[in-house]
Structure formats: C-alpha cells, structure tokens
Design a protein around this ligand. Structure first.
Ligand SMILES: Nc1nc2c(ncn2[C@@H]2O[C@H](COP(=O)(O)OP(=O)(O)OP(=O)(O)O)[C@@H](O)[C@H]2O)c(=O)[nH]1
Ligand SMILES: [Mg+2]
Length: 170
C-alpha cells in the first residue's frame, strides 16, 4: 500500500524478481497484480495495488487498493512511503496501523531525500510507530534485503501505545 507514484510497483518487482521497469516507465497501476516472493523458504503471495492517499477511496484506482486491503485481512502490509513526502505518507500508514494490520514501512526514494538533504530519524520513527521502518531505493535495490528480512517483525501495532508515544515525541 502507499500513495500514488511512491515506487510500490518497483518494490513489488524487486520482491517478486519480476523484470525491473524502466525508471521512466509511465506505468500508473490501476488494477492489482499478484506475484510470489520467497520468504523463509516458502513462496508467499504478494499483491501490488494502485496508489491511494487514504482508506476513503476517491477514485476507481483507490477503490481497488482499499478493496484489496479489506479482502486480505490476514496479510502483512508493506507500506511504501516517498521519503521526500513523509508526512503525507504517514497519513495512510497511520490509517492502516489504526485498523490493526501488521505493517512494515519502506521509506523509499531515499536517494532523492538524500539529494534534497532531507534527514529522517529512522530509529525514532520506528520507536514512535512501533513498527519496522526500512529506508529503500527500489530502483537500485538498496534496502530491499533488509526489508525482506524484517517483514516478520511486522506485528499488529497497539494503536493506544502509538498515540501515547507520539504524544511524547517532539
Ligand atoms: N530515484 C528513485 N526513483 C524511484 C524509486 N523507486 C521508484 N522510483 C521511480 O518512481 C516512479 C514511480 O514508480 P512506481 O513503482 O511506478 O510507483 P507506484 O507507487 O507503483 O505508482 P502507482 O502504481 O501509479 O501508484 C518510477 O519512475 C520509478 O522508477 C527510488 O527509490 N528512487
Ligand atoms: Mg504501481
């Protein structure tokens, strides 16, 4: 899950081993795609969905994303965030956390954030949210291994504690 154009499909391709898209591929995802990735020696299904800014869909693509989320209640959610638009990305992540899905966050576009001198305290973010947060550069593959290795740390977050912790961080 993630906002539009944050790199979800490139992450998906990395995880499934699908051929990586051209970096300027004009491929806005409007439907979902299923694939498989290897996790702990097992093939697990992974679904690439269109982008959505929130869980209240505003168009057809967003409807598909939210429907897939609701239909796959037992899934682990990989929430992809554009590191240069952290606040916007966290809006959706918090909505998903609030609904109690196990979640791991990929802080994608980490290269662009670096170029723009945007600094994100990843450890602090992890502590506040209580979920794993991994910087990634999907186009180069950086961080993808760590993302995979930490998927099993995704557990249903305790929303009360997230709110408490957020209140305590300046
Ligand atoms: N610089 C940089 N570009 C990236 C990164 N990840 C993805 N991109 C580029 O960002 C653009 C969007 O990537 P997609 O994977 O199509 O994004 P998406 O989130 O699937 O987009 P929608 O399905 O339309 O919501 C593409 O041009 C990618 O090559 C990254 O980490 N760094
Ligand atoms: Mg896509």
């Amino acid at each position: 899950m993630g906002d539009p154009n944050v790199g979800k499909s490139v992450v998906f391709n990395r995880l499934t081993g699908a051929k990586v898209m051209e970096s300027n591929y004009p491929g806005t995802t409007v439907d979902y795609t299923r694939g498989y990735m290897r996790l702990d020696g097992k093939d697990v299904e992974i679904i690439d969905v269109p982008g959505t800014f929130s869980l209240e869909p505003k168009d057809k693509a967003e409807e598909v994303a939210v429907k897939m989320l609701r239909e796959n209640r037992d899934s682990i959610i990989i929430c992809v965030i554009d590191s240069t638009k952290l606040e916007r990305g966290l809006y959706l992540a918090l909505e998903i956390i609030e609904e109690g899905y196990p979640i791991i966050i990929a802080l994608n576009m980490w290269d662009i954030a670096k170029d723009k001198s945007i600094q994100i305290d990843v450890k602090k973010l992890e502590k506040v949210l209580g979920v794993p947060v991994v910087p990634t550069i999907a186009v180069s593959g950086e961080g993808i291994k760590e993302l995979v290795s930490r998927i099993k740390e995704a557990s249903p977050p305790d929303i009360k504690r997230v709110v408490e912790r957020a209140g305590g961080v300046k």
